[in-house]
Design a binder for this molecule. Structure first.
Ligand SMILES: [Zn+2]
Length: 360
């Protein structure tokens, strides 16, 4: 990363330090243009290779742009040279312009990249030092490490990959060159890559159960278990969202019920004896979302509506819109939301958003 840019800039610097002047083809109306013309001439004269990177690839366009502000000494210097260009028909970039404007800009960019590479190297060695686990694969050593409180995988090349949390458990492949599930499975079978789940990685990264629950599920173990118990009581297994129904073709539709948005939900009986139900809602003027809920018994309209309320409440707690725990606005007693007496999830949600314990 940035090594190519640094290499190119250093080569350009070496070439320019040797030149007494560079004759360019067109009037350079700004700094960016000056670089463009100089590099073009050097290429045409065979002093730079034909595939030499462009000013954009080298990051020279941005450094030129940054100096194109009134007040910069370097820019004032450039304006003096520019006036000289205006008076001539031939455009000669002389030694003085090279030394006073072009080389300082190149040096500035070289320092910038060198600093980036250095700080990146320091960060990588720091991450390696604090790795919680190492994985040896045929592609080299991978590290499970924590960056800004998040578990990440550090590759042998020094790239970092964030491991997304739950709620679903998903496989993670370590030591696979690119995102390709079939190849990943094959390499894992041959022992050349490691197959693990995001949940297992979070458990390694956060050995304290409370911290693990907070990081992986976005809530305490107590809250997580409460939701699991409620959803299980409804016969709920899992859900998917998307632009289509998550039900295979040919699965038998066995009925319909009213969905939580006032439309109609389709009920399917799956080959394994479980049920899937699908319904949609508009999320925007021209967008919509389709829910597919899976149950171990045939759901009713009430089941659907309560499931959706639970999932929404869980998300609101997870992303911090609603608190897990609060001090009741009336009695001041600290209350965990699972302790609030309620007749429906919708009512419970009201009490939480009002910070009311419903016991005083
Ligand atoms: Zn109270």
């Amino acid at each position: 990363m940035f090594k190519e840019e640094l290499k190119g800039l250093k080569e350009l610097k070496r070439v320019l330090e040797r030149e007494k002047q560079v004759k360019i083809r067109n009037y350079p109306f700004n700094l960016e243009n000056l670089f463009y013309e100089v590099i073009r001439s050097l290429k045409e004269e065979g002093k730079l290779s034909n595939d030499f990177p462009s000013i954009w690839e080298l990051g020279l366009a941005s450094v030129a742009d940054a100096h194109s502000e009134v007040g910069s000494d370097l820019f004032k210097k450039w304006l003096e040279f520019k006036q000289k260009f205006e008076q001539n028909d031939e455009y000669i970039v002389d030694k003085e312009l090279i030394d006073k404007v072009i080389l300082p800009l190149i040096n500035e960019k070289i320092d910038f990249y060198a600093d980036l590479i250095k700080s990146r190297k320091e960060k990588i060695s720091r991450l390696k030092e604090h790795a919680v686990q190492t994985f040896f694969t045929s592609r080299g050593t991978y590290y499970l490490t924590i960056d800004n409180g998040n578990p990440i995988i550090l590759t042998p090349e020094g790239k970092t990959h964030f491991v997304p949390p739950g709620p679903e458990e998903r496989p993670v492949y370590i030591g696979v060159p690119k995102k390709n599930k079939e190849l990943a499975e094959k390499l894992a079978r041959e022992g050349k890559a490691i197959k693990i789940t995001n949940k297992e990685l979070y458990k390694i990264a956060f050995p304290d159960p409370q911290e693990f629950f907070k990081k992986f599920y976005g809530m305490s173990e107590r809250a997580y278990n409460w939701f699991q118990k409620k959803l299980k009581a409804l016969g709920f297994k899992d859900y998917k969202t998307g632009w289509g129904e998550a039900v295979s073709e040919g699965v038998q539709k066995v009925g319909e019920v009213k969905d939580p948005f006032g439309g109609t939900a389709k009920i399917y009986k799956l080959p394994d004896g479980e049920y899937a139900t699908t319904f949609g809602t508009k999320t925007n003027i021209d967008d919509y979302i389709i829910f597919t809920f899976f149950y171990n018994h045939r759901p009713t309209a009430e089941t659907l509506s309560e499931t959706l309320d639970l999932i929404e409440l869980r998300n609101e707690i997870k992303i911090g819109i609603l608190p897990e725990e609060f001090e009741c606005w009336e009695c001041g007693i600290k209350t965990h939301f699972t302790e609030i007496p309620h007749s429906s999830i919708r009512e419970l949600r009201e009490f939480i958003s009002e910070r009311y314990c419903n016991k005083c």
